[in-house]
Design a protein around this ligand. Structure first.
Ligand code: IPE
Ligand code: IPE
Ligand code: MG
Length: 270
């Protein structure tokens, strides 16, 4: 059996050493990489008779909570879907507001992220953003570049298909330049040119907002992710909801193509 498979099966850390204040989590398998499709902001606001933008603002608080919870749990990478490559199709006014909010949040939150040892990494095609926003992204990333408590990947103008295409284009250019042969165009080589190289593949993908789809979020790196869907709208997603998703994850048997008995054998052999 390949070492990668047994590594995958037993890789998630356990909460055996979890601090006393989280007794409900003792013994759970903790995903190393959690990705969240933060959906439902607009409906949250509309249900309160407020404009959709109020939902996006409330969503920022939920982001702060999710980062704190991920860090407490010992998650290594948290990847949040903030703006998809398809979200440009929304009314101009909403897109402009989202861009402004993104800029303000980057500016305002970076010190706190840094203080908490979080490394910020923006994934997606940032070239479509304003020069001012692109500059803010670079500053924020540089400020937190040496932190290693948690990697916070924020997906902005991100699409799973774009990610794969972009990686393939880079490899194609290398082949054309004679720097590699087509035979060296392998899964590993492609993975190294995707967003988040060197980070674990996604273990747990959560979607709030009640829909059951991936909406072109992480495709390649989530090929074997456990999917958890919740009706909670993103602004309502709190620590308890995050813990619940982790306990659902922990209760799943991840088989990676093997049989259940093979998995049990790997676990008992330790
Ligand atoms: C997710 O919430 C945030 C973004 C896509 C930017 P939505 O804005 O999609 O909220 P709903 O799905 O319309 O309620
Ligand atoms: C997915 O939500 C994108 C983000 C959460 C940023 P959408 O609301 O855009 O997804 P669809 O359009 O309902 O699939
Ligand atoms: Mg939505």
């Amino acid at each position: 059996m390949s070492s990668t498979i047994s590594q995958n099966v037993s890789d998630c850390s356990s909460t055996a050493d979890m601090p006393d204040e989280l007794p409900e989590l003792v013994g759970l398998a903790i995903p190393r990489h959690v990705a969240i499709i933060m959906d439902g902001n607009g409906r949250w606001a509309q249900a309160k008779g407020q404009p959709r933008v109020m939902g996006h603002r409330a969503g920022v608080k939920a982001v702060r909570r999710a980062v704190t919870t991920a860090k407490q749990l010992g998650v290594r990478s948290l990847t949040l879907f903030a703006f998809s490559s398809e979200n440009w199709r929304r009314p101009d006014q909403e897109v402009t507001l989202l861009m402004e909010l993104f800029f303000t949040v980057l500016q305002r939150e970076i010190k706190l992220l840094h203080k908490n040892g979080v490394r910020l990494n923006i994934i997606g095609d940032t070239s479509r953003f304003s020069a001012r926003l692109q500059k803010q992204i670079i500053t924020a990333q540089q400020h937190t570049a040496n932190n290693d408590e948690l990697i916070l990947n924020v997906a902005a103008n991100y699409g799973g298909r774009w990610d794969i295409l972009h990686a393939a284009q880079q490899l194609a250019e290398k082949v054309q330049a004679g720097q590699m042969s087509p035979a060296e165009f392998t899964e590993e080589a492609l993975a190294q040119h995707l967003s988040m190289p060197g980070q674990d593949d996604v273990d747990l993908m959560i979607r709030t907002g009640g829909d059951f789809r991936i909406s072109n979020f992480i495709l390649w790196q989530a090929a074997y992710a456990e999917l958890v869907f919740t009706d909670s709208l993103w602004p309502d997603f709190d620590e308890a909801a995050f813990h619940h998703a982790v306990s659902v994850f922990s209760g799943r048997q991840r088989r990676f193509g093997l049989t259940g008995s093979q998995i049990e054998a790997i676990k008992t052999s330790g």
